[in-house]
Design a protein around this ligand. Structure first.
Ligand SMILES: Cc1ncc(COP(=O)(O)O)c(C=O)c1O
Length: 412
C-alpha cells in the first residue's frame, strides 16, 4: 500500500469517526502527549536559545552550545553519567543501531547475544550483521519474559563481542536483573561489551550508570513523555565505537549531523521532570496500573496478563490477551469511545504479525493476536482508568461477537 492510498483510507476513517466526548490516551508505547511545561521550554528554544548550530563560532552558535550543554548536564545528572558520555541521535532506534553496528565495525569478535524479546531496533541491526559473518544467539526467556541466565553463562565467551538485553521490556514490562547479567558476563570475559536498550527504563526504574557499570545504554525522548525524534546513547568513558553515519564535522564525532537542540531541550526537561518526581510518580503509576489490571481480569472473562505481576513489572505497563478477540479490531472499537491503546507494538501493527515477544513467552498465535498494550503515565487519574474499565467490557463483547476466531474455536 502506498502513502497516498493509506492517507485516503485514513482520512475516511477520521471523517467517519468524530470526536468522542471523553478521551483517555494510553498509547505511550508508540508515542505520547507532551506536557505544557515541556512545550514551553521547547517554544523558547525554537524562538531564542536553540536556533543556531552549536558548533559555530558566533553569538547565536554560542548560546545554542550553552543550552545544549545545560540540557545534557540535566540528563547526565538523572542517569549519573558524565556529560561527555552522552551522544545524541535522532531516535532510540538510531541509538540502538549505533551501539550494535558501531561496536561491530571495530572488532574481530563475531558473536552477539541478544534476548529473544528485544525491540526490533536491536534485533534487526544484530541480524543484519549475520550477513557479514557474525553469529547472533538469542537468549531464551521464561513465561514472564525473564532471560535464562544459565543460558547466558553457557554461551558468553572470549569470542563474544556484545551482549544486549533491555532493562525493561517494551511490550510486557519485564524488569531484568541487569546486574546479575553484568556479573556473569564480566566473570567470563571483561572485554565483552554490555549494551542495554533503556528506552523503556528511563523514568520507570532507578538508573545509575556509574553503579550499573555497563558500556552502552540507549534512550528515547518520547518514551519519557518528551518530544519525538530525539534519542541518546550513553557510551561509557573509554569505550570505542565507530560512527555508522558519515558527514559534516559536528560537536559529536559519533553522530555527525546538527543536533536537534530544541528537541534535546524538551527531552532534557522531560527527563528532569521524571527524575525530580520519581518518588511521587512511581507509587501513583503502580496504583493505576494494578487498578487497571485487576479491573480487566475481574470484569472480563478469558483474559490473560502478559508479563509478570508485582514489582518486577514496569510501573506503566499493562498487556493483556483477550481470547477469542482480534486485537486490532478492539483498538478501533475502543477508539470510537475515546480510548487509545495499541495491539502489540507499532512496528508490527500495520503488517498484522503477532508480537515476537508474546510468542517468545509461550503465547499461542491467537493469544498474541488478541493482545492489547496499554501504558499508564503519571499524568493519568483513577477516573481515567475507571472510564477505560467502563467501556472495555462492552467493546470486547462486541468484537468477540463479530470475530471469526470465536466461531472457529467454539467458545463463548
Ligand atoms: C524499548 C524501545 N527501544 C527502542 C525504541 C525506538 O525508539 P524511537 O521510537 O525513538 O526510535 C522504542 C520505541 O518505542 C522502544 O520502546
Amino acid at each position: 500500500m502506498t502513502y497516498s492510498d493509506l492517507s485516503k483510507s485514513i482520512s475516511e476513517l477520521i471523517n467517519s469517526h468524530g470526536v468522542p466526548e471523553r478521551e483517555v490516551y494510553l498509547d505511550y508505547e508508540n508515542s505520547g502527549l507532551i506536557n505544557p511545561e515541556i512545550m514551553k521550554v521547547m517554544e523558547n528554544a525554537y524562538k531564542y536559545n536553540g536556533i543556531g548550530h552549536p558548533s559555530i563560532t558566533h553569538r547565536i552558535g554560542w548560546i545554542t552550545y550553552q543550552s545544549l550543554y545545560e540540557a545534557t548536564m540535566k540528563i547526565a545528572e538523572a542517569i549519573n553519567s558524565n556529560v561527555d558520555e552522552i551522544v545524541y541521535t535522532h531516535s532510540g532506534t538510531e541509538a540502538n543501531n549505533l551501539a550494535i553496528l558501531g561496536s561491530a565495525n571495530l572488532s574481530k569478535r563475531k558473536k552477539i547475544l541478544i534476548s529473544s524479546i528485544e525491540h526490533l531496533s536491536v534485533t534487526f541491526p544484530a541480524e543484519r550483521l549475520e550477513k557479514y559473518g557474525f553469529k547472533v544467539i538469542k537468549i531464551p526467556v521464561d513465561k514472564d519474559g525473564f532471560i535464562d541466565l544459565d543460558f547466558l553463562l553457557n554461551h558468553v565467551d572470549n569470542e563474544t563481542l556484545l551482549v544486549s538485553v533491555a532493562i525493561v521490556n517494551h511490550e510486557i514490562g519485564t524488569i531484568q536483573d541487569i546486574k546479575a547479567l553484568r556479573d556473569i558476563v564480566r566473570d567470563k570475559d571483561k572485554e565483552v561489551l554490555i549494551h542495554t536498550d533503556a528506552c523503556d527504563a528511563l523514568g520507570k526504574v532507578p538508573l545509575n550508570m556509574k553503579k550499573l557499570d555497563i558500556d552502552l545504554a540507549s534512550f528515547s525522548s518520547h518514551k519519557v513523555y518528551g518530544p519525538k525524534g530525539v534519542g541518546a546513547l550513553y557510551v561509557k568513558e573509554g569505550i570505542k565505537l565507530e560512527p555508522i553515519i558519515h558527514g559534516q564535522l559536528s560537536t559529536q564525532k559519533l553522530w555527525p549531523s546538527v543536533e536537534n537542540v530544541p528537541a534535546i531541550i524538551g527531552f532534557s526537561k522531560a527527563v528532569e521532570i521524571m527524575h525530580k518526581n520519581f518518588n511521587d510518580y512511581l507509587p501513583r503509576m503502580i496504583e493505576l496500573r494494578d487498578h487497571l489490571i485487576k479491573g480487566i481480569l475481574d470484569k472480563i472473562d478469558y483474559t490473560i496478563l502478559n508479563g509478570p505481576f508485582g514489582n518486577k513489572r514496569s510501573p506503566d505497563n499493562v498487556n493483556i490477551s483477550f481470547l477469542y478477540c482480534e486485537g486490532e479490531a478492539l483498538t478501533v472499537e475502543l477508539s470510537m469511545k475515546g480510548v487509545y491503546v495499541s495491539s502489540g507494538s507499532a512496528c508490527t501493527s500495520r503488517v498484522l504479525e503477532p508480537s515476537h515477544v508474546l510468542l517468545a513467552i509461550g503465547r499461542r498465535y491467537e493469544e498474541a493476536h488478541g493482545s492489547l498494550l496499554m501504558k499508564i503515565s503519571p499524568f493519568h487519574t483513577i477516573s481515567d482508568i475507571d472510564y477505560v474499565l467502563d467501556v472495555l467490557p462492552s467493546a470486547v463483547n462486541r468484537i468477540r461477537s463479530l470475530s471469526p476466531i470465536k466461531s472457529k474455536m467454539k467458545v463463548g
